[in-house]
Write a new protein. Structure first.
Length: 516
C-alpha cells in the first residue's frame, strides 16, 4: 500500500470516529433536553396546577385576577389579569386598616366622654346638661356606658337637672356609604354611621312561640323604650307546617325602614315546635340610641335625669367627668377578623377627621388613604375608593395593587406583627374559620375575605412548605354560581401555594415569618 493510500485510509478512520462522537453527543443532548422537558421547574409546575384549578366550571363565565409573589425575592410565582380592575368587596378593608395603622398610629385611642359645663357641678347635682360625646369608637357597648355611669356615681353625682346631649359632630351627618344599595336596609350589616355609636347601632329582636296556640309570639327587644317601638301581629300555631295549610305567612321580623321609623313589626305564624327566631336590625339616629342607653344605666346607678335626650353640641367650657378609651388594635382586629362594615366606615371618617380636621368625612378619609397608598408604592391611577368597607360597587382595585399594598405592610417591620394579627387565619378564626380545614393552609394562611353578589376576593399572606413567605391576591367577579363554589377554587389555590416547594432541600425559615 502506498503512503498516499495509507494516509487516505487513516483520514477515513478519523472522520468516522469524529462522526461517531458527534452522533453520540447529539443524542445525549437530545436525551437531556427531553429529560428537562419531562421535569419542568417547580414554579412552572405550580403554574400548571393553578391553571388547572382555574379551569373549574364555576369560573367558566366569570373573570379572575390573581397575583402571587415571593416576599423574599419579589419573584412572581403566578399572575393572571393582575392589572385589571375588580370590585374588591371587603378586601377594601385592607386599604382602610393599613391606612389606619400608619396614619393614626398603633397607639391611637377612640374616646367617648361624659362632660358638663365647668360651672354646672354643685355637690351631688349637675345643674344643667350632661353631654355624651362620641369620637368614633365603633365598638362602644352598653357595658362601656355603664362603666362611665359608675364613674359618675363614684364622683357622688346623684342628679342631672338638665338634658342628656348627644354630641356626634366629630363626623358629618352622612349616615350611608356612597354607592350603597337602598334595599340593604334594615340589616345591621349596614348600620347608620355616627361618631356616637353603641351596640353596632342596632337592636336585637328575639321571637319565641307563646305557651299556648292562638296567642301572639313572645317578643324581646334589647333596646330602650320609647326610642324603639314594636308591633306584635304574630300568632302561635301547633306546628310550622300548619301555617302553610292555614294559608298563614311564615314569621317575619322587619323594621319600617321605608317609612324611616324605628318601629319593628313581628307578623306571621310561628309553630310551637320551632326554635326562637332572632334578628339584628339597624336603627335610625344612632346617637339618640346611645343617649337612651346612657339614661337607663345612669338610673341603675342611682342617678336621675330630669330632662330629655337630644342631639347637640357639648359645652363650650367643657369639664370632663368620665372618659372611655378604645385602643386601635382591637378595633382593627374586629374590622378584619369578622369583616365589620360599620367599623370600617367609622375608621375611614376618623382618619379624615385626624388628618384634615373635623368633621370627619368619607371624602377626607379617602383623600388621606389615597396619599398613603401612593407613598406605599400602590398605583393609585388604577384605583377608586368610594368607602372604607367595600360595600360600594364604586370601589375598584387591581390584584397587583392589593399585592403591592400587602407587600408594603409586610416591609413595615414596626407594624407587620400587629397588621398581620388582624387577618383571619385559615380554618381557625374570623371569616376563614371554616375554610381550608384539613389542608396544609390551616393555621398558616392569613387573608382578608370579600363577598358581594357575584364577587368573591381573598388577599393576604401564606408560608410555603419550605418557609418562604408569599403574598397573594385572588379576585373573582361576574359569576352566577354559588359563592361557595368560587371560594372552593380560592381555597384550593391557597392550599396549593402553602404546600409549594422550590426543591427537595428545606429552606431556612426566618423568625419574622413565624412571628404571627
Amino acid at each position: 500500500m502506498t503512503i498516499a493510500m495509507k494516509f487516505l485510509s487513516r483520514s477515513h478512520a478519523i472522520l468516522n470516529a469524529l462522526l461517531l462522537l458527534l452522533f453520540v453527543s447529539l443524542n445525549t443532548g437530545c436525551a437531556a433536553t427531553t429529560k428537562n422537558k419531562s421535569k419542568p421547574s417547580a414554579i412552572a409546575a405550580l403554574r400548571t396546577r393553578i391553571d388547572a384549578i382555574l379551569s373549574d366550571s364555576a369560573l367558566s363565565r366569570s373573570q379572575a385576577g390573581i397575583k402571587i409573589a415571593s416576599l423574599r425575592t419579589g419573584e412572581v410565582l403566578y399572575e393572571r389579569n393582575s392589572q385589571l380592575l375588580f370590585h374588591p368587596a371587603s378586601n377594601q378593608k385592607l386599604l382602610t386598616s393599613s391606612a389606619a395603622f400608619v396614619l393614626l398610629g398603633p397607639e391611637f385611642n377612640f374616646k367617648t366622654l361624659l362632660a358638663c359645663d365647668s360651672s354646672a357641678i354643685n355637690n351631688d347635682v349637675i345643674n344643667g346638661d350632661l353631654a355624651l360625646i362620641g369620637r368614633g369608637n365603633p365598638d362602644l357597648s352598653t357595658g362601656d356606658l355603664s362603666t362611665l355611669a359608675q364613674i359618675l356615681a363614684q364622683r357622688g353625682v346623684r342628679e342631672i337637672t338638665g338634658n342628656i346631649i348627644c354630641d356626634d359632630f366629630y363626623f358629618d351627618d352622612v349616615r350611608w356609604g356612597s354607592g350603597w344599595m337602598w334595599d340593604d336596609d334594615p340589616s345591621w350589616l349596614f348600620s347608620r354611621f355616627s361618631a356616637l355609636t353603641v351596640n353596632d347601632n342596632a337592636v336585637h329582636v328575639s321571637v319565641s312561640p307563646a305557651r299556648s296556640i292562638g296567642q301572639p309570639a313572645q317578643v324581646m327587644i334589647n333596646a330602650p323604650s320609647p326610642f324603639v317601638e314594636f308591633i306584635n301581629a304574630s300568632i302561635t300555631v301547633a306546628r310550622r307546617q300548619q301555617s302553610d295549610s292555614l294559608g298563614l305567612p311564615r314569621l317575619s321580623i322587619d323594621r319600617r325602614w321605608q317609612e324611616n321609623q324605628n318601629v319593628y313589626v313581628i307578623s306571621g305564624a310561628i309553630g310551637m315546635d320551632e326554635a326562637p327566631r332572632e334578628e339584628k336590625m339597624n336603627v335610625l339616629d344612632p346617637a339618640l340610641l346611645a343617649g337612651h342607653v346612657l339614661r337607663d344605666v345612669l338610673l341603675l346607678n342611682g342617678i336621675t335625669v330630669r330632662g330629655g335626650i337630644y342631639r347637640g353640641f357639648g359645652p363650650s367650657k367643657m369639664y370632663v367627668l368620665a372618659e372611655h378609651q378604645a385602643p386601635l388594635l382591637p378595633v382593627l382586629t374586629n374590622l378584619n377578623k369578622i369583616s365589620d362594615n360599620l367599623t370600617a366606615e367609622l375608621v375611614l371618617k376618623t382618619i379624615g377627621a385626624e388628618r384634615f380636621g373635623r368633621p370627619g368625612t368619607a371624602e377626607k378619609g379617602a383623600r388621606a388613604m389615597r396619599a398613603f397608598l401612593q407613598n406605599s408604592g400602590v398605583d393609585t391611577l388604577a384605583l377608586n375608593a368610594a368607602d372604607g368597607s367595600g360595600v360600594s360597587r364604586y370601589n375598584l382595585v387591581t390584584p397587583a395593587g392589593l399585592a403591592d399594598l400587602l407587600k408594603a405592610m409586610w416591609l413595615r417591620e414596626d407594624l407587620r406583627p400587629a397588621f398581620v394579627s388582624t387577618l383571619p387565619i385559615a380554618g381557625v378564626d374570623g371569616t376563614l374559620s371554616s375554610r381550608m380545614r384539613g389542608t396544609v393552609a390551616q393555621g398558616v394562611l392569613r387573608a382578608k375575605t370579600g363577598s358581594l353578589s357575584g364577587v368573591s376576593t381573598l388577599s393576604g399572606y401564606t408560608i410555603t412548605a419550605q418557609g418562604e413567605e408569599l403574598v397573594f391576591s385572588m379576585m373573582m367577579q361576574h359569576y352566577l354560581v354559588r359563592d361557595s363554589a368560587v371560594r372552593g377554587v380560592q381555597d384550593r389555590i391557597g392550599a396549593e401555594i402553602t404546600a409549594f416547594r422550590r426543591n427537595s432541600r428545606p429552606v431556612a425559615t426566618s423568625t419574622s415569618s413565624r412571628a404571627n
